[in-house]
Design a protein around this ligand. Structure first.
Ligand code: GLV
Length: 432
């Protein structure tokens, strides 16, 4: 036996003895209490608690960088402040109108009238799990577009779920064309097609117009990931006939992470309702979640305890987006994107995505010039300007820098700061 496991066993034995002793002490007190009906003056439990992992009493400094990477972005201060309101119980009456308002605001940003629109209590990545779990039964087929990490993840989740996967593979920086998608749908007739509107690992944008109709012609449901695009790029759930959309709170919506927008079309809900087996993740089952959110039956019973303070923040962030107006928000993101590239171009930096039409406004990928120490430039930006520049992810790691222009952070002034940080980093390494 190793020293570590011997020590662990000894600790477990000591703890067991301490627990037995405490249980006996409690039993004795209870017996006395019940026999004499007198309250004990004081109970002192003498247990051998290990102090090994006790936190020291000290101030824990949380830095406040300007987060210009692919997310999370700094939330709107009003959304942040909303979280400090006193906690409400999730079954208390005022929570239901709050949830209704979140639904309305989400319908606006998703441009949908789908009843099944809500915030999933989880990360955007977990909303992807929810999509797989609800729309695919084991043995069914999904066609998955893969040109970066999110297609790889969707594939992995389908396989773990027992679904079959056919991939449309493209190099990072490219997206499949309408014709390529049409061909594979005709051949495979899958239950689900997965497309990523914004592939944040490479900075590419997938064209979606017309794909929904194509899917429905082949009996396929269209699932779209909008984690890094919703509110930052034009997006129309209903007009584009998309069956399931999920997103994240912490990017262009300008809310802290934890409540992920989701919407299911009537067609997607029909599929869920007519499944042979129930969705395998209870917490994400849209029929169960829908009862609490009020779109599956009149009663609103308990399903789970959501991140209530994040819901306060989400309502406020959706209010801010509504005040600005979606078109204005899309324009603000696009103009910041042009401003960024104008500045980077002057520094001799090149976009990773070659076709301008395929470039995301929200997550911008910049080729790392040959010979430049990318880590050093990122560290310089953080140390000197308190500004986050991110590296690549998955297949683009070591090849690109990533700059997020999202939500509250997407301002001309912040773009200037990013360009200044690049200029300084390039000068430091004698690239300028
Ligand atoms: C996360 O969403 C990332 O793109 O890094």
């Amino acid at each position: 036996m190793s020293m570590t496991s011997m020590a662990t066993t000894a600790l477990a034995r000591a703890n067991r003895a301490a627990v037995d002793k405490a249980t006996a002490a409690l039993a004795a007190v209870s017996a006395k209490e019940f026999s004499s009906s007198a309250m004990p003056a004081e109970v002192v439990l003498d247990a051998a608690v290990s102090d090994a992992n006790k936190l020291e009493k000290k101030h824990f400094e949380i830095p406040e960088p300007l987060m210009m990477g692919p997310g999370p972005s700094n939330p709107y201060p009003r959304a942040n402040d909303a979280m400090s309101k006193a906690l409400l119980g999730h079954m208390h009456a005022p929570m239901f109108p709050l949830m209704d308002e979140i639904q309305t605001g989400l319908k606006y940003v998703l441009q949908t009238e789908n009843e099944a629109t809500f915030g999933l209590s989880a990360s955007g990545g977990a909303a992807m799990d929810a999509a797989v779990s609800n729309l695919l039964e084991p043995g069914e087929k999904a066609v998955v577009s893969v040109s970066g990490i999110w297609g790889e993840r969707f594939t992995e989740k389908c396989l773990r779920h027992g679904a079959e996967v056919v991939q449309i593979r493209k190099e990072a920086g490219l997206t499949p064309s309408f014709e390529e998608i049409e061909k594979v749908l005709e051949e495979e007739k899958p239950a689900v097609l997965f497309l990523c509107h914004g592939e944040s690992s490479s900075g590419t944008k997938q064209k979606l117009d017309g794909v929904g109709e194509l899917c429905h012609k082949h009996g396929t449901l269209l699932v779209v990931d909008t984690v890094c695009t919703l509110v930052g790029e034009p997006f129309f759930t209903d007009a584009w006939n998309i069956d399931l959309v999920y997103s994240g709170a912490q990017k262009c919506i300008g809310c802290p992470p934890g409540l992920s927008p989701m919407t299911y079309s009537a067609r997607a809900m029909e599929k869920v309702m007519s499944r042979k087996s129930k969705p395998d993740i209870f917490s994400f089952d849209v029929t169960e979640v829908g009862r609490q959110w009020g779109f599956n039956g009149d009663k609103r019973p308990y399903h789970h305890t959501p991140p209530i303070n994040i819901m306060f923040a989400m309502r406020e962030a959706l209010q801010i987006v509504s005040e600005e107006g979606l078109e204005n928000s899309w324009n603000r993101h696009l103009n910041a994107h042009y401003q960024l590239w104008e500045g980077l171009d002057k520094l001799g930096l090149k976009p990773f995505v070659k076709n301008p039409e395929d470039r995301l406004a929200t997550v911008n990928c910049i080729e790392i010039p040959e010979g430049l120490d990318a880590g050093k430039l990122i560290a310089n930006a953080y140390d000197k300007f308190n500004l986050e520049i991110s590296g690549g992810l998955g297949g683009t790691a070591g090849k690109v820098f990533r700059i997020g222009l999202m939500g509250y952070n997407c301002t001309p002034r912040n773009v200037e700061s990013v360009v200044t940080a690049f200029e300084d980093g390039l000068k430091q390494q004698k690239f300028l």
